[in-house]
Ligand binder design. Sequence first.
Ligand code: FA5
Length: 341
Amino acid sequence: MPFEDDIKSLLKDFNTELQKSGTKESLENLKNTYLGRKGKLSGLLGTLKDFSKDEKARYGKLANEVKAEMAKEFLEKQQHTAGGGSGFFDVTEPGKSQKLGHLHPYTKMREEVNHILYSMGFQILDGEEITSDYYCFESLNIPKGHPARDAWDTFYIEQKRNKNEELVLRTHTSSMQVAIMENQKPPLQTVVLGKCYRNEATDASHEHSFYQIEGFVVDETISVANMVSTLKQLLSAVFKEDVNVRLRPGFFPFVEPGYEMDMSCLNCKGEGCKVCKQSGWVELLGCGMIHPNVFKCAGYEPGKYTGYAFGVGFDRLTMMRYKIPDIRLFNSGDLRFIHQF
Ligand code: FA5
């Protein structure tokens, strides 16, 4: 019975090829090849005319059953490929890649700097951004009416804490010095990395909200030499090259002596360029030996301890590291800027 054999083998071939077809195009081709007007099934049906009446009736019935089965299998496969019949889904179509976010340069730098400080033995704290006038100024040897308050003018909060404690947005992370020392006895090796606020006009290197790293180290025999070597080590690790530093006298009421620390210009290697205004040095941070009045506020025994403190602008550090020309870009929300990191 060649017709029966032929049609069964046609069905078998159809099923094998159907299994392999997974795309819209391959299914369409399969349909045309087997079920189309000039397809293999039609071709086989065309041979029926050569059979007897009885055979024609029997084979014709068989052919219709096979055709129905093929159509059913085909539809099922198509629906399966379409993901439940909700429209055709081509599994071989290249996917649409999801846009992933990435870390802000601040976050990258912060993770790196934290890692360096941690490996140097510092405890890393954040502390409160809304603090009292006492911790931000008074305890740092800056009483009311002191001229230094003008340079560090900040935002004052009407509401008071504990009935009469005046609140401000911290103008520098130095505000954490006494707050931490009150709760921890030396030896202390601490950094505070966090946000500060100032009432000042913005420009390429000034923001009203920015970040600082405050560091302070207190023990019985801490010296300026310890401070210089630690800061040199810290800066060299941050900039991944050996940096030179120099001290100039600087006034901060909570340190004595006080210094401004400059770093050799990485742009011109100290030769002189636009970045360092031809001096070969870049102004970087304030530092000095902690004033006895600060230790007094912390409740430390007078004369027992010495220590150094430093305060560095974290934004400016990040700007130097990534060669960012304007501090205002950080919070601009400009995607052309942010996509560069
Ligand atoms: C201080 O804030 C001192 N508390 C630093 C200090 C700590 C001195 C411990 C001694 C001992 P100054 O105002 O210079 O100092 O600020 C320190 C750094 O913060 C600056 O060098 C600068 O990098 C950064 N900074 C200051 N104001 C702004 C601002 N408006 N925008 C961005 N960065 C700023």
